[in-house]
Design a protein around this ligand. Structure first.
Ligand SMILES: *[C@@H]1O[C@H](CO)[C@@H](O)[C@H](O)[C@H]1NC(C)=O
Ligand SMILES: *[C@@H]1O[C@H](CO)[C@@H](O)[C@H](O)[C@H]1NC(C)=O
Ligand SMILES: *[C@@H]1O[C@H](CO)[C@@H](O)[C@H](O)[C@H]1NC(C)=O
Length: 303
């Protein structure tokens, strides 16, 4: 519990300026930061026009925008979380007991950011995963292109089968409580967008179809300002909201959640490369951004 309070303090320090532990890259529109004291999870995303508002929710180590993978066995080494058994589940920031994942290397060129970390098992007490997480982030206009690589080196060679994976999980601030996507049958034609309704409070989250492979959380003003996530080829999404809609910032418990959901069998020696885009701005701008960045090659750069 103390560590969760500490984490709240760390995250609060991001507001308005980059603190020790934050590595950020910036272009003319936005600034994006990762928290190197918590495994390099993406913890900071601001519009340079209003740097007092961090659009990412960092209430605890399970939030932010980060890598998290699921595989068997279930439970893994007796793990319990949320009132039940929990499987093999390394995540970028750290574990539910307040320990932080370790950053192994970092290269911040000012416009691109590379990071390699040794993650912890979410539901175990300070147990590093026999795997590494790498991330390579570049900025482009009002968005970011994020490439991830998992390299697994588990001793247990059992194939536990495919599971749903959050690719990625995006937690946004409570001020943004309208969930938007395109759910019709004429994608990329400029057809009317769809507002997704969801039960409050989540979890559990609402499943929905994102026919243009993206969704965004926005505020309620007419042009709908917010944050969107796009994943090439994935149209199966989860979304929802935890606690009080329409208010709250980066450190509050209120949060929106969006995840493009892919299915993958994370085997003992898997090497999994996958990519997504984030974008900020008005809803029409976010949609236009994703439209023009469809099908970008998803390879991990040589580092
Ligand atoms: C950092 O990244 C840049 C651009 O990709 C590369 O040229 C440089 O060699 C890297 N530096 C280190 C220390 O890895
Ligand atoms: C991780 O790898 C090390 C070295 O091979 C091994 O000693 C350890 O038991 C492994 N742990 C797990 C959880 O696979
Ligand atoms: C999306 O599908 C295209 C066409 O099948 C494929 O070339 C591309 O690699 C896929 N992208 C991702 C991120 O899976």
């Amino acid at each position: 519990m103390n560590m969760i309070l500490l984490w709240t303090v760390v995250c609060a320090m991001f507001v308005g300026h980059a603190s020790a532990g934050t590595e950020s890259i910036k272009n003319s529109v936005l600034t994006l930061g990762v928290d190197t004291s918590h495994g390099g999870a993406i913890s900071y995303l601001v519009d340079n026009n209003d740097p007092t508002i961090n659009l990412i929710n960092c209430h605890d180590q399970g939030r932010e925008v980060q890598q998290s993978y699921y595989a068997g066995p279930d439970p893994y080494r007796g793990a319990q979380w949320s009132g039940g058994p929990w499987p093999w589940n390394p995540i970028s920031s750290g574990d539910a007991f307040g320990h932080s994942s370790t950053v192994l290397s970092l290269n911040n060129t000012g416009t691109s950011l590379y990071l390699k970390a040794r993650p912890l098992q979410w539901a175990l007490n300070n147990v590093p995963c026999n795997c590494t997480f790498e991330t390579y982030i570049t900025l482009d206009a009002n968005g970011a292109f994020v490439r991830n690589r998992l390299i697994n080196f588990r001793e247990d060679e059992t194939d536990y089968g495919a599971r749903d994976q959050e690719l990625p999980a995006v937690y946004t601030i409570g001020q943004l409580s309208e969930l938007w996507t395109y759910a019709g049958d004429a994608p990329w034609t400029g057809d009317s967008l769809t507002q997704v309704s969801y039960p409050v409070p989540g979890p559990p989250w609402q499943g929905f179809t994102a026919a243009e492979n993206w969704a965004a959380f926005t505020d309620g003003i007419p042009q709908h300002y917010g944050v969107g996530v796009y994943h090439d080829n994935i149209s199966s999404f989860l979304g929802g909201f935890h606690r009080t809609q329409g208010k709250g910032g980066s450190t509050d418990d209120n949060t929106g959640y969006i995840a493009p959901v892919g299915v993958r069998d994370i085997t003992h020696n898997d090497e999994f490369v996958w990519c997504y885009h984030l974008a900020i701005g008005y809803l029409a701008t976010i949609r236009g951004y994703f439209s023009s960045r469809r099908g970008m090659p998803c390879t991990f750069p040589v580092v």
